[in-house]
Every structure is written in structure tokens, then in C-alpha cells.
Design a protein. Structure first.
Length: 136
């Protein structure tokens, strides 16, 4: 009877703790954004950005550089920045596989938890938005 209790307890604990990326990396992360002039590579003061995560949630920035906390999963992040006299050259931040999810090979049901929570993906921690001056 003691062995059955130990085995059951072990299986329950393993299933609850198996979603490694969700447990160790979380379901959200900070992404640091800096807006620069592509010709001079200098920071553009006064640029404001809107960041839209894969769930469609919008985050506004008022400083440059800025940091936003986005939810992982469901695709790329869109970054739209503006300032008078400039046009933005790049808009999308891609995602990549979160290597912590590989640990789920040991207990595969955990991967489904990571898949549902979006923790199996991650975004770059820093993103540089290039803008160029508009010639009139």
C-alpha cells in the first residue's frame, strides 16, 4: 500500500511540475525596444511606439529606449513607432523556440501545457527599430 501511495504521489508531482518552460520561463517576458536613425545609428529622441503582442494586446511606450512586458505565444510581435520627419523601416519581431521546453521530453504531457500557455516560444530580449528621415 505504501508503494502505491509513493508511486501515485510521484506521478501527480511529475505531471504538475512537468511544464518546464511554463514553470521556469513564465508565460510573459520583457522586450526592450530602442528606436534609431538608420543613417547615424543614433537614438531618436521623442519617438513613441505601440507594441502589439501575438494575442492582440497593445502596449504604448513614451520613452526611448523602452521596455514592455508581452505575453508569449501566438506569433510575432508588431512594433509601430512614429515621430515627425521619420518613417519606420521594420515592424515585426519574430519568435523562436524556447529551449527549456526540450526538458519536456522526459515527461511529454508537459509540452502540451507549454503549448497551451505559449511558453514554448520566446522573443528577442532587445529589438532595434530602424527609422529613416523623410526627404521632402
Amino acid at each position: 500500500m505504501k508503494n502505491i501511495i509513493k508511486i501515485t504521489t510521484s506521478l501527480v508531482a511529475a505531471s504538475l511540475l512537468s511544464a518546464c518552460a511554463t514553470v521556469f520561463s513564465g508565460t510573459s517576458q520583457n522586450v526592450n525596444i530602442m528606436v534609431v536613425d538608420t543613417k547615424t545609428n543614433e537614438k531618436i529622441e521623442g519617438a513613441v511606439c505601440t507594441v502589439i503582442d501575438g494575442h492582440g494586446t497593445s502596449f504604448a511606450t513614451t520613452t526611448n529606449p523602452a521596455s514592455v512586458k508581452v505575453t508569449r505565444g501566438n506569433g510575432s510581435i508588431m512594433v509601430n513607432c512614429s515621430i515627425k520627419g521619420y518613417k519606420q523601416l521594420n515592424t515585426s519581431v519574430g519568435d523562436s523556440f524556447n529551449a527549456v521546453s526540450v526538458v519536456n521530453i522526459l515527461f511529454w504531457p508537459g509540452f502540451f501545457v507549454d503549448l497551451a500557455s505559449g511558453s514554448y516560444k520566446k522573443y528577442p530580449s532587445h529589438y532595434v527599430v530602424g527609422m529613416s528621415k523623410v526627404t521632402e
